[in-house]
Ligand binder design. Sequence first.
Ligand code: ZN
Length: 90
Amino acid sequence: MSCGEHHDVDCSEILQRVYVFIDNELEDASNDEIRQHLEECAPCLDQYDLERCVKKLVHRSCGGEHAPDSLREKILLRITQVRLEMHTQD
Ligand SMILES: [Zn+2]
């Protein structure tokens, strides 16, 4: 995935690290890199918001327990579907 613009760090690389970024498990240097990228790259920011949203939902439905990947995938799939529907209505 790419937004077609040049960034210091490639979009695909950012997106791979966004999950970890949301968990706050990256060292500070990487955090800054990602934060800066998200500020200037709308597609990545979009994806980041989506991931954060999924994480919140998973967290809520599991009462704070670590969610199984299957549940996470199910929610992610559902959100993707909703977003696709939204886009088709444009
Ligand atoms: Zn990007």
